[in-house]
Write a protein that binds this ligand. Structure first.
Ligand code: NDP
Length: 246
């Protein structure tokens, strides 16, 4: 996918490893300035080194996304420096524990919902005016197949991803007359730390590398993209269309 993102700014959450790391690289490769958010400074610095080696720059934001007041401030900091935001990748997420729904600890449930839904709403609230100011604003929300397929023992995570997708669709509907395009993604099983935690008995070598998955997802940042309010399925390399009100 060869499109140019020079002069554009992309905020990527969960950029310290896994899919977010490689998506940040894909965006930087196309010329975007990446604002990389995660808690692990080492992972962010590694990303920064790779981006500098390709002759581009990044801004590192070591942050716990559950720090809601910090998310409120992030929008104004981006506004002060760039005056707009072109791409938001809400990729960071946590799995929680895999257990029967009646056995899930309250703190685990809260952590999953706060990280996978509430923080993203708070981030959207913070940067929505900046995305609307871009001539080709793009929002990419990282969902999961379990938002649609019943899977025993994954209730908090599945509920969080379903909530994220529905929130994204509402946002897309609100903004469909604007250049802003809002879409969700099902990356499919990918060779990352989260997947290894979810499926400890699985051979990671049987799974796609996050670099290959990111190379497909990046097309949702294309300034020429017209689709909004839909779900992109990486495995099938196509949009699975939701019903949209006319
Ligand atoms: P990883 O566990 O490898 O990476 C998760 C990223 O999220 C890390 O960079 C982590 O950074 C960041 N993160 C988690 N919690 C926080 C927090 N509180 N504050 C800031 N950053 C946080 O996951 P994947 O790369 O596998 O997953 C990326 C996305 O794709 C997730 O939303 C996941 O649900 C989704 N997905 C993944 C699939 C897979 O098979 N891998 C399948 C379907 C969906 P740090 O710990 O440094 O803060």
């Amino acid at each position: 996918m060869s499109f140019d993102l020079s002069g554009r700014t992309a905020l990527v959450t969960g950029a310290s490893r896994g899919i977010g790391y490689f998506l940040a690289l894909e965006l930087a490769k196309r010329g975007a300035h990446v604002i990389a958010v995660a808690r692990t400074v080492g992972g962010l610095e590694e990303l920064d080194d790779e981006i500098q080696a390709m002759g581009n720059t990044a801004t590192l934001v070591p942050l716990d996304l559950k720090d809601m007041p910090a998310l409120d401030l992030l929008g104004s900091s981006i506004n002060d420096r760039w005056g707009k935001l072109d791409i938001l990748v809400a990729n960071a997420g946590v799995l929680g524990t895999i257990s029967p729904v009646g056995h899930v600890e309250a703190k685990v449930f809260d952590n999953v919902i706060n990280t996978n839904v509430t923080s993203i709403w708070r981030l959207i609230r913070s940067v929505d005016p900046l995305l609307r100011r871009s001539d080709a604003g793009r929002a990419i929300l990282m969902s999961s197949g379990v938002a649609h397929t019943a899977r025993a023992f994954w209730a908090p995570y599945a509920a969080s991803k379903a909530a994220l997708e529905v929130m994204g669709r509402s946002w897309a509907e609100e903004t469909k007359q604007m250049p802003l395009r809002v879409n969700s993604v099902n990356p499919g099983a990918t060779r990352t730390a989260m997947r290894a935690k979810a499926m400890p008995g699985e051979d990671p070598e049987t799974l796609p590398h996050p670099a290959d998955v990111a190379a497909k997802i990046v097309q949702l940042a294309d300034p020429a993209l017209t689709i909004t309010g839909q779900l992109y399925d990486v495995r099938q390399d196509k949009f699975l269309h939701y019903h949209m009100p006319s």
